[in-house]
Design a protein. Structure first.
Length: 337
């Protein structure tokens, strides 16, 4: 994992720039907000611009793919979101957009365009990993519980290459771990005949409860392979399953994959406030582990701001036929699989 700690000087300089330039609400006027953020990009502190170059080079040259940037600027005054309808409370009460600007800045300067979906949080480009009572103990971004090994949006035909998570509010009394494993390492542990089976379109993944509630068309994925393009996985543990339960070879390969994942070497990270964690969504799997919960109510207050990101503009352009007038916003109202 590439780790860098922003100096207080760089953090404060970036905060002041964002505070000065970014006034437009991204939930109301995303294009105007991006114009504000681009002004910030013209005056970056040196440490920040060199970090952007490091990340881009590392991705391009297939070096380190997991990045932890600590001591990032975030909003000083954050509203209480509650657990009934946090997204709408956020839209109504969040008056500064430092976290959003920081994520947008990374996406612009590292050339990792943000992806959104018209049927997920109404097309918002900034998502919240934040508990919502309705989804307690489900396998969704709105759960307050643990999450199995997975890629985000496993069932969806358009999936992010990378995820960015920014710690906005992280109660210190609880230990919540983000686990990550590299897909190449998992695949290298599998025998060839299992790799062959896992490359076949013999599997499917049901959509999660939040997706199903947001779009009645989203029930099950199309038949898909679990391994694709050599080093990518499409898998949600305990949800991805075989299409035809009588095919023993697929069943055996899936069972062995599960075993290999559980025996893999895991990177463990506790995302703290002001931490930005960037990691591959497809060239790896991630999970959430509740390692030590002292205060369950505080656990529901945990709030990470998140974006789905493409690897580059070149990759994002492949899906442009699916976008609304906003680049990166997939119109999946009518998209059936
Ligand atoms: Fe996830």
């Amino acid at each position: 994992m590439y780790t860098e700690i922003c100096t207080d000087e760089a953090k404060n300089a970036l905060y002041s720039l964002i505070e000065r330039e970014v006034k437009t609400n991204p939930y109301k006027n995303y294009d105007g907000f991006l114009i504000d953020v681009k002004r910030v990009a013209n005056e970056l502190p040196e440490q920040t611009s060199s970090m952007f170059k490091t990340i881009r080079n590392s991705i391009d040259n297939d070096k380190e793919q997991v990045f932890l940037i600590r001591n990032c600027p975030i909003d000083k005054d954050l509203p209480e979101l509650g657990n009934e309808d946090p997204v709408n409370v956020k839209r109504a009460t969040k008056k500064t957009f430092v976290g959003e600007a920081l994520l947008a800045l990374y996406s612009i300067c590292c050339d990792m365009p943000i992806l959104s979906y018209t049927t997920r949080n109404e097309g918002d480009f900034f998502q919240d990993v934040k508990a919502m009572d309705k989804y307690n103990l489900t396998q969704t971004q709105k759960t307050n519980g643990a999450l199995n090994w997975h890629n985000d949006r496993t069932a969806h035909p358009v999936r992010a290459d990378y995820l960015m998570l920014l710690g906005l509010r992280v109660p210190e009394q609880n230990r919540i771990e983000t686990h990550y494993i590299d897909a190449k390492k998992v695949i290298s542990q599998l025998p060839n005949h299992h790799i062959y089976e896992l490359n076949r379109n013999s599997f499917y993944t049901p959509y999660d409860d939040f997706s199903r509630d947001s779009n009645a068309n989203q029930q099950n994925s199309e038949p898909h392979s679990i391994i694709y393009e050599g080093d990518k996985l499409r898998y949600y543990d305990d949800r991805t399953n075989i299409l035809n339960p009588s095919v023993e070879k697929s069943k055996e390969a899936l069972e062995n994959l599960k075993k290999v994942i559980n025996e893999s070497q895991v990177d463990i990270k506790e995302i703290q406030e002001s931490d930005l964690f960037i990691f591959p969504n497809l060239k790896g799997l991630h999970a959430r582990q509740l390692a030590g919960i002292q205060d369950f109510a505080a656990q529901s207050e945990r709030w990470l701001l998140k974006t789905y990101n493409f690897e580059s503009s070149r990759v994002a352009n492949r899906y442009s036929y699916l976008y609304t007038e906003k680049f990166g916003q997939v119109n999946d109202d009518c998209l059936t699989v």
